[in-house]
Design a protein. Structure first.
Length: 448
């Protein structure tokens, strides 16, 4: 659902980047953190899924405040105030003709959401606050705040995130867990395209110094406060304070520790949907039909032995980079790496085939040969992982391929009938652990 980026002109002539998508009966503007990039956010599958979910029942508005993303840059010595950034929100809502808007503030974006709801109650249909706060720092009358030394460490970590992946800021969003390495690297990339290091630290200093507790009693719009129970940085006590000091606010504490709004965010999305529409969606499906792709580097052990572990690690890193580029290009979702290969899923078999061919071509420059296998069927969703007989079949089909080949099951061939893709019949095979025999085909590569 990614849409065209447009630009609204602020009173001072600055241009503010924004996107609008969806056609629901209620407008919703998402203010998510002190940084952002309205186009790069769509590169993350979980974020894309969450935003698409919002747009399924609203007209969703996204924007980059001045100094971030695609909006005009600002001098570090003339950084906008919270009030001026709030004006960016109003400028965009004016440009899209939104006069009565659900305002969602996530993490640091909650400050802007609070200020907008208090300043423009006539334009705020409802307010949703996600893992956010009115004041960040601890004080004698605010014991739930963050100690000053932790805030200083956070500021140092933000700057380090531009220079190294050994950063406290990255550790908070994505703990250093090998299973989350892909998300962690994407998040670092997202930070770097959202703002420069100087601007990022300066903006975060504005956030750290803000105190909007005095505006909370002035908020008179329907308010929902959502907070993860075990968030490490912006603790749940912040959310409870907001709910206690905003008249009529409803507080919902959700399981989990993810601070970023879209990570494992389907329960959060369900709460927002019910609050905005009055209707709660059914549980997310745990079984879907998808095309499964397995890739595997041929003779990887032999190559690793011949060039040494250190050089081989560099080759694998480059292989992963090229593979992820093609997955993004063909709308695939990387499920996990398998040491010397990748497991990914697609919502269309045609794109999966084209992606497999593109991966094979792109890694030839590294001196690598890749075999790929595809099968389409019902898979079981287990968090970020997948399982089920379709996954097993995809893996078994991949094992039948030779270097440079893309092998597919008969199911895939039938699904792309009429698409102009040619196949070579490779006969019937028994697949280990799978009943019966299976017709297998090789995709005919076009001359390059």
């Amino acid at each position: 659902m990614v849409t065209q980026t447009r630009f609204a002109v602020a009173p001072d002539g600055s241009r503010v980047a924004y996107q609008v998508l969806g056609d629901g009966p209620n407008d919703l503007v998402l203010l998510a953190g002190w940084f952002g990039h309205v186009e790069a956010i769509w590169e993350n599958p979980e974020a894309s899924q969450f935003l698409t979910g919002l747009a399924s029942f609203t007209r969703l508005v996204l924007l980059d405040r001045r100094g971030t993303g695609l909006s005009d840059p600002v001098p570090l010595r003339a950084l906008p105030t919270l009030e001026e950034w709030m004006d960016d929100v109003r400028t965009v809502l004016d440009a899209v003709g939104s006069e009565h808007t659900v305002v969602v503030g996530a993490t640091d974006g909650g400050l802007l959401a609070l200020l907008f709801a208090a300043t423009y109650p006539q334009r705020t249909r409802a307010l949703v606050l996600v893992n956010t706060f009115a004041r960040l720092l601890r004080d004698v009358d605010y014991p739930s705040g963050m100690p000053a030394e932790i805030a200083d460490r956070m500021l140092r970590g933000i700057q380090e995130a531009w220079e190294t992946d050994k950063s406290d800021a990255l550790d908070v969003a994505f703990p250093p867990d090998p299973s989350e390495a892909v998300d962690r690297e994407w998040f670092r990339h997202y930070l770097r395209v959202s703002a420069g290091p100087g601007a990022a630290v300066a903006m975060q200093r504005v956030v750290v110094g803000a105190d909007l507790r005095s505006v909370l009693p002035s908020i008179r719009v329907p308010t929902l406060v959502l907070h993860r129970k075990d968030t490490a940085l912006y603790r749940a006590a912040h959310g409870r304070y907001l709910a206690e000091h905003i008249q009529g606010a409803r507080y919902v504490e959700l399981d989990g520790r993810d601070q970023t709004y879209y990570r494992h965010g389907q329960d959060l999305l369900a709460e927002i949907r019910e609050f905005v529409t009055g209707v709660r969606a059914g549980p997310a499906p745990d079984r879907v039909v998808a095309t499964v792709l397995f890739t595997d580097i041929v003779d990887s052990t032999k190559q690793a032995s011949s060039i040494g572990d250190e050089r081989w690690r560099l080759v694998l890193d480059r292989y992963d980079e090229l593979t992820r580029h093609q997955l993004t290009r063909f709308r695939g979702r990387e499920v996990k790496t398998t040491g010397d290969g990748t497991l990914a899923t697609f919502d269309g078999p045609g794109r999966a085939i084209e992606c497999a061919l593109a991966i094979g071509r792109s890694v030839e420059a590294l001196g690598l040969s890749v075999r790929s296998g595809l099968h389409a069927g019902e898979i079981e969703l287990r968090g970020s992982d997948v399982a089920g007989i379709a996954v097993v079949i995809g893996q078994r089909v991949s094992s039948l391929a030779q270097g440079g080949e893309v092998m597919v099951s008969r199911t895939v061939v039938d699904l792309v009938a009429g698409a102009g893709i040619e196949f070579a019949d490779r006969g019937e095979h028994e697949l280990k652990g799978v009943p019966g025999t299976w017709k297998i085909f090789a995709v005919k590569r076009e001359p390059t």
